[in-house]
Structure formats: structure tokens, C-alpha cells
Design a binder for this molecule. Structure first.
Ligand SMILES: [Zn+2]
Length: 95
């Protein structure tokens, strides 16, 4: 396999992984990079990854940031999060 062909194919896999991740509510660029560096595996990872937009969410008691239900630490204030009494509806359902 030549260099150019490899770059084109890797770029294609990166784009596919990014689009799949975007549809699922995850970041496009992070998966684009993963899909490009690891063609095939990155795309597979994006397909098998969690549907972020379908995940239940909850609000941080400390700062009010809405985080995924499965997050154990708030990404903004660093507070340890207990399992919440009530979960917020997934982003996709709230739309
Ligand atoms: Zn917080």
C-alpha cells in the first residue's frame, strides 16, 4: 500500500468515525483523530461507544452543571457525585 493511498484511506476512516460519533452526540474531532490514527479500530470504537445523547443525565449539586449520569466526578468543580435520587431525561428526549 502506497503512502498517499494510506493517508486517503485513514482520512476516510477518520471522517467516518467522526460522523458516527457526532450522530451519537460525542465529539467529532476527537473521534476523527482516533479514526485516522487507528483506521478500522477507531471507527469500530465510535460505533460501539455509548450514545451520549441518549444517556441519562443529572445536575451537579455543587455548581449546577449537567453531567452524564455515569460520571462520578463533576468535570467543572471536581465534586464527587453520589448516585442521584432522580435523573434528568436524556438530551435526545428533551429536544
Ligand atoms: Zn460541579
Amino acid at each position: 500500500m502506497g503512502g498517499i493511498e494510506y493517508v486517503v484511506i485513514a482520512g476516510f476512516f477518520g471522517l467516518a468515525a467522526g460522523v458516527v460519533a457526532k450522530i451519537k452526540g460525542a465529539g467529532f474531532w476527537i473521534w476523527f483523530v482516533i479514526g485516522t490514527v487507528l483506521p478500522g479500530i477507531g471507527l469500530l470504537g465510535a460505533i460501539l461507544s455509548r450514545w451520549e445523547s441518549h444517556e441519562l443525565r443529572r445536575r451537579c449539586e455543587e455548581c449546577g452543571k449537567v453531567v452524564a449520569l455515569h460520571d462520578q466526578v463533576c468535570m467543572r468543580c471536581g465534586r464527587d457525585l453520589d448516585w442521584p435520587a432522580e435523573a434528568l431525561a436524556p438530551r435526545a428526549g428533551a429536544r
